[in-house]
Design a protein around this ligand. Sequence first.
Ligand code: P6P
Length: 358
Amino acid sequence: MTDTDQSIDLNHKYALDRDSTTLSRHVLQQLQSFSPEAQDLSALMNRIALAAKLIARRLTRAGLVEDALGFTGRTNVQGEAVKKMDVYANQVFISVFEQSGLVCRLASEEMEKPYYIPENCPIGRYTLLYDPIDGSSNLDTNLNVGAIFAIRQQEGEDLDGTAKDLLQSGRKQIAAGYVLFGPSTMLVYSIGTGVHAFTLDPSLGEFILSNENITVPEHGPIYSVNEGNFWQWDESIRDYIRYVHRHEGYTARYGGALVGDFHRILFQGGVFLYPGTVKKPEGKLRLLYESAPLAYLIEQAGGRASTGDQDILDVVPDHIHMRTPLIIGSKEDVALVESFIQERRREQQVEETLAPQR
Ligand code: P6P
């Protein structure tokens, strides 16, 4: 065989290897096991990939499909106007997990209570927590949206149907990730062995590995926050914003959809923050199916996620739709935001100490 032949063969080998590293195969590789648990996780990720493909297909044609976009006229448990795509995407996740035997319960931003799949419950010991379409305000202008998911193992029999075992910290997550519906559709996930990204190849109908073992830079130039809320923030957050305004090397990027803003931070470094405001002191983002899954990913990628007072992954929710402030991204940049919060707190304590003597 000549050198040319060999190089051609090697190119084929590389291309086939790449195109064969599908999501389900990657999960098994990561776990280095074919145990029932590994097979379950692989199958779970495969079903999530199917949901992603179904939603991506609808999104790419939404502008042409009668009744795909716009509002339903209803409001969800969050008090937010529900879009038709929210309903469609929420149902897609339910449908792909029915008859899967894997998932007994689904907890979604769009549903007040968890949805049970009774035929799965005796055997399916997994719960899917998800935000089916994150950033739906971007939908009608064809801008990127996402889906966020986390997988937990059910603890106990949940006989009263209140899913109390979900009211535990994000450290209980066994897998988490998101789908970015952008120029390409990407699925980013972790099962605790690093963060990996897959890009949907429409010609194959498969998510193919595109970035393995993603690590977030220790520091990055981006700060991502809705500065329109400036007047509603605590003084400490305003101090941080004044700092980045006055110092070289910072640039603002904000897309209004958490998944896209987080994805940029994951790859380029920096910090995304959604602090508490006067109207929403607890913040806007939901812990169980937005902040905690992303916190799981960022820690796996070497970064941090904080409420400003504690790590997101240590927060114990008191109800499934609990919100928290979110500061997430590069270690150094999260620490910088926290330093302004801590400084203000110290000043307040001093003032309180001196107040009685005045
Ligand atoms: P605001 C979308 O509605 C969302 O939940 C997140 O995707 C996004 O980060 C945030 O709200 C945007 O909120 O108040 O800046 O429009």
